[in-house]
Design a protein. Structure first.
Length: 140
């Protein structure tokens, strides 16, 4: 299909197959604007309230989570607090750093319905170090 008058057909076909490329699709559909973190790997926010979220069907139990208002655009997201008794180290009005939990297509992971983010730091201190007792959370 590369005859003398096939230019229009070749161009149309190329436009069609561009949609198979993920970078093209994300750019044209402006998917980064729909993301609360706006394409950034992490985001800072203020804890609004603490809550327990029920899990999806096969699993049962309450996932500890916090509602976070992001500083960059005032969007509220629900973030999972990983670790045993970790929720006790987070209070309302604490500043936390959140990142994606890494579910398929930017969605939730496993049985945590509606939770797309996790807390990794509280008031500038890594959550893992607070839980292991190496560091103490500074008061804001």
């Amino acid at each position: 299909m590369s005859g003398e008058f096939s230019g229009r057909k070749l161009k149309k076909r190329r436009q069609k197959f561009r949609w198979h490329k993920l970078q093209y699709k994300r750019r044209v559909l402006e998917l980064w604007q729909k993301d609360p973190l706006q394409g950034a790997p992490q985001g800072r926010g203020i804890v609004i309230d603490k809550r327990a979220v029920e899990q999806k069907k096969p699993a049962s139990g309450l996932t500890k989570a916090v509602r976070v208002q992001l500083l960059k655009n005032n969007i509220q997201v629900t973030a999972h607090v990983p670790g045993e008794k970790a929720i006790d180290h987070i209070n309302e009005h604490d500043e936390v750093v959140v990142e994606s939990v890494g579910g398929a297509q930017g969605g939730p992971k496993g049985s945590m319905v509606g939770i797309k983010y996790k807390v990794i730091a509280v008031n500038g201190v890594d959550l893992g170090q607070i839980l292991s007792g190496k560091k103490q959370k500074p008061a804001r």
